[in-house]
Design a protein around this ligand. Structure first.
Ligand SMILES: [Zn+2]
Length: 266
């Protein structure tokens, strides 16, 4: 320790955050993740980003398609129960038939593009997509990534300041802001994608949707990938046979969940 720590209260504050509130246990997988963003803060961030997107992108008003998204979305959100009590679920269908994509923002904001509805042609398949996005939210992947980015940036500034022997609050603030923005802009890692598949298929099964549809859905996506290599979806959702193998391995665990829950939805 040297005296620069005392001259930089912002650093002390951040280190305390990391030390005190630094861990989150991911539901269903039980993985311990680094996360020092509060659920209240991530919700506010998700709401403001989602409002921006709703102003920038046309929203579908097709009653059948919108109704389908709301029905499947609400049913999966109910199956999640109280795993993330701060979540404010909202499902919006963006009107872009060329966009084979869906996304989730921290706090429960899920966007689906009309383009992916053509591929997720059954409700079971749509449940795969929505279960996956909801899983990113309950696993808090967005704020985990921000936490990693901020921790790395703080580490970088610490090193820089240690070399210079001086502390500057603006530098800390800039590093914090840049790391947060960067973390939101980059795609999820493959680890996060596979974890969202894992948790998502459990949610779909709990909501009474056939988890085997996940395998059919990703098979179809691979076919689309071969024809549409440059679709934006594939930069954010690595569609490969690895995820299908992983999903197949989960079937013995999730099928009994589905057999039980489907009785409730008859
Ligand atoms: Zn994903």
């Amino acid at each position: 320790m040297n005296r620069m720590y005392f001259r930089s209260p912002f650093l002390v504050f951040n280190l305390l955050l990391i030390a005190l509130g630094g861990c989150y246990t991911v539901p269903e997988t039980g993985r311990t993740s680094l996360n020092f963003i509060s659920t209240g803060n991530e919700l506010q961030l998700g709401i403001s980003e989602f409002e921006k997107m709703k102003h920038e992108t046309p929203i579908s008003s097709d009653p059948a398609m919108v109704g389908r998204l709301q029905r499947v979305g609400q049913r999966i959100a109910e199956a999640v129960g109280n795993q993330l009590p701060s979540a404010q679920w909202e499902f919006v269908l963006f009107d872009d038939p060329n966009m084979i994509n869906a996304f989730a923002l921290p706090g429960g904001k899920v966007g689906v593009y009309t383009g992916i509805l053509d591929i997720a042609s059954t409700d079971d398949e749509l449940a795969t997509v929505i279960g996956h996005e909801i899983a990113h939210v309950t696993a808090r992947h967005g704020s985990e990534r921000m936490s990693q980015g901020i921790a790395a940036a703080i580490g970088g500034v610490i090193l820089n300041e240690a070399l210079k022997g001086d502390g500057d609050r603006n530098e800390w603030t800039a590093a914090y802001g840049a790391a947060s923005a960067y973390a939101l802009a980059i795609p999820f890692s493959q680890g996060h994608e596979l974890e969202a598949d894992h948790i998502g298929v459990i949610y779909a099964a709990k909501a009474g949707y056939n988890p085997e549809a996940a395998i059919e859905f990703w098979m179809k996506m691979n076919l689309v990938k071969e024809g549409k290599e440059r679709s934006p979806f594939f930069s954010t959702h690595p569609s490969d046979y690895k995820r299908i193998d992983k999903l197949e391995a989960l079937m013995p665990k999730v099928k009994p969940i589905y057999e039980q829950s489907k009785l409730r939805y008859r």
